[in-house]
Design a protein around this ligand. Structure first.
Ligand code: SAM
Ligand code: SF4
Length: 346
């Protein structure tokens, strides 16, 4: 058999020339950076009501360390989209400076934020001035009582103010993410879509994944993409969106002839692992090649030991090379990752 050329890599080593490739032919260009594992809400599907043992401050990457790693990813590893998330990224004091540093990179990446929007009415304008391009806001209900039941905090008004503030600051179209839970907010799917269409927001439903800290997710209890579509079709005319899906996880539909759209991310029942282009960095500097990865690769230790950008980049490529072909949720041997969603960064 011919020896691999330098751009192919071997079965055990990634090629230095091809960015964040894996051995199944995918290339990661979309970096998710968790800026904190803390949050001011306690969404049942994500965090227990009592919170979690937070990462100790010395273990968190500093703002300068985050910016250095984002810089390596963008300049040396082919990342062209950077999404800041958490926990709740608006709780990170240095967020505006971190966005400013990302926006100064060449080539300039797309910069986005996933947030619960609490405080966004105040922060949206400085974030836009710093270079933020897009925002995704979690909104699971329009009912204050349901919000309190689901997120264990009475903050619906604050969330809605944040969403309005984001739209007013030019972050349009604001994308909304909704996770439906059976018996709690699953009846609200049409009302949430009516709200989104009326305000010009783009709504996406995300199937609940086994990433809750309590480990109580049950496959037979989750609300499936098929159920969500059925509920929406009872009130809206949905036509598959002719626009190409690419590596986007959401399947989209035109609502009542368009231009409004709705998305459904069937992470569990309609997995899109074959098109995955994500790489993840946790707030304590660990690379995860998948939300569901059982292992992590420590970049913080390398960085604090004085490693060069090239050495850090090589370790990052190795971490991605070993990415599994799929999340395997339906496999009997599936094990939930030790970190919950809030500590990985969704
Ligand atoms: N706090 C921010 C927020 O809620 O948007 C950012 C972090 S949160 C972990 C990111 C996204 O993950 C949110 O859209 C949230 O709904 C989603 N999420 C959290 N736990 C989930 C789960 N078990 N299944 C599916 N999505 C989940
Ligand atoms: Fe916080 Fe976001 Fe998790 Fe809700 S989904 S508890 S807002 S990190």
């Amino acid at each position: 058999m011919a020896a691999p050329t330098p751009t192919q890599g071997t079965a055990n080593t990634p090629s230095p020339a091809l960015g964040l490739r894996d051995r199944h032919g995918r290339t990661a260009t979309d970096l998710r950076v968790s800026l904190t594992d803390r949050c001011n809400l306690r969404c049942t599907y994500c965090m227990p009501e009592a919170g979690l043992p937070w990462l100790p401050k010395p273990e968190l990457l500093t703002d300068a360390e985050v910016s250095r790693l984002v810089g390596i990813a963008v300049r040396d590893l082919g990342v062209n989209e950077v999404r800041f998330t958490g926990g709740e990224p608006l709780l990170r004091p240095g967020l505006v400076d971190i966005v400013t540093a990302a926006a100064a990179l060449e080539p300039r990446p797309e910069i986005s934020l996933t947030t619960n929007a609490i405080g966004l009415e105040r922060l949206a304008a400085p974030l836009v001035a710093a270079g933020l391009d897009r925002v995704n806001v979690s909104l699971d209900t329009l009912d204050p009582g349901t919000f309190k039941e689901l997120a264990k905090r009475d903050r619906l008004e604050a969330t809605l103010r944040g969403i309005e503030g984001a739209a007013a600051s030019g972050l349009a179209p604001v994308k909304l993410n909704t996770v439906l839970m059976r018996g709690i907010n699953d009846a609200e799917a049409p009302a949430l879509l009516r709200f989104a269409v009326a305000h010009g927001y783009q709504l996406r439903f995300i199937e609940q994944m086994p990433l809750d800290a309590a480990g109580v997710w049950r496959r037979d209890e989750m609300v499936t993409a098929a159920e969500i579509l059925e509920a929406l079709k009872a009130e809206f005319d949905l036509v598959p969106d002719p626009a190409h899906r690419g590596s986007a996880p959401a399947e989209t539909w035109l609502v009542d002839g368009g231009p409004a759209k709705v998305g459904v991310i069937g992470s569990v029942t309609r997995p899109f692992c074959g098109d995955c282009d994500r790489t993840r960095l946790t707030a304590d500097g660990q690379v995860r090649n998948c939300l569901f990865a059982r292992g992590e690769t420590d970049l913080r230790g390398l960085l604090r030991d004085g490693a060069s950008d090239a050495e850090i980049g090589a370790r990052w490529r190795e971490a991605m090379w070993g990415k599994l072909p799929g999340h395997g949720i339906d496999d009997p041997s599936f094990l939930q990752p030790a970190r919950p969603m809030s500590a990985i960064g969704g």
